[in-house]
Design a binder for this molecule. Sequence first.
Ligand SMILES: [Fe+2]
Ligand SMILES: [Fe+2]
Length: 378
Amino acid sequence: MPRRPIKSVETKYMEEREGALRALGRLDRRAFVKVSLAAAGAFAAQGIQSPHSFQPIRIASAAPGARGEAFRIAYISDSHLYERTINDRFVNALMRAVDDVNAMSPQPDFVFYGGDLAQLGQASELELGAQILKSLKAPVRMMVGEHDWYLDLGEKWRSLFGQPTYSFDHKGVHFVVLNSVVEKDFWTARKLTPMQRMRTVAGLDNAEQSAFSVGDEQRAWLQKDLAPLAPSTPLVVFSHSPLYKLYRPWNFWTDDADEVQAILRKFAAVTVIHGHTHQVLTNRIGNISFHGLLSTAWPWPYAPQGLPELTVQMGRPNPFDPSDGCGDGGLIVHPDHPDALVDTLYNLWNRNPVTVPGTYLSSNGAQHRPIASETKSY
Ligand SMILES: [Fe+2]
Ligand SMILES: [Fe+2]
């Protein structure tokens, strides 16, 4: 009897996906609506809300108008694109996020990209990412991640997106974007090629590279940038790595985080938004609230030690579902409440969305604890 070949998870996934796409191509509009409704019904049956809804966030304590003129930012992060011919799964995931954001009504004031657009910093990967992001309807603000940088030390990224360190004001809020993935030169003495350097950094959990930092130059710039601002100014700082020391073996870490936090200490309250950790992650240190962003490509597991107490975990994703634990999201910014400035929405692609309210952090967990998406954990 002939034996059926055993198919890998990857092959099965690709076959299923292609089958579904072929079937979709054969549908006329009426049939498509039926399929869409059936899909929505299946979600409802599982107790999952429509995953792409981006519905306005309801904060239990907030009376209408109590928080002044809030505005929305969408975020997309950590897409880790390979060239399409090598792996189109991550490309499709980024396009899915772009569709999510373009479906938001009203549109966000801008879209923030959290870094690691590319996987190996190659011109073709970055160009592909830039091309996809061009189809966003709202303006885009970019941040760099280590995967974008260490092939050519940022040359291609800068040619596409400009300088990685900058600030701007929007509706009374001061925003700062940093390059927090500066590494000490570990490559010259070891005579590494650019690709060897890139692969070493992309390895993340190896002891060969140095730790990430913001570095002297940017810290001096930050001090100068913030000098004219009153301590009551609502302030958001974007960094790719978390601006605190979470778990060094995986580089969930910024080596000069203490020095950066010291610069931010003059403000009554600061919100830091970071990429890199690919998970729902929440922390509060002194006057600073920290929110991590989801990745469109894959979720990292939680660090085995040092997880901040305020983090309401999103549950271990299903290893056989490549989109589980991935997603995109939004930031609802409340300029009248600098201490609880940002509510972060995690739009998990096949789970209920999770909102982490700014008030949960400013109360150090005493109020408005987020409701975990669901208990499903694999
Ligand atoms: Fe990443
Ligand atoms: Fe990263």
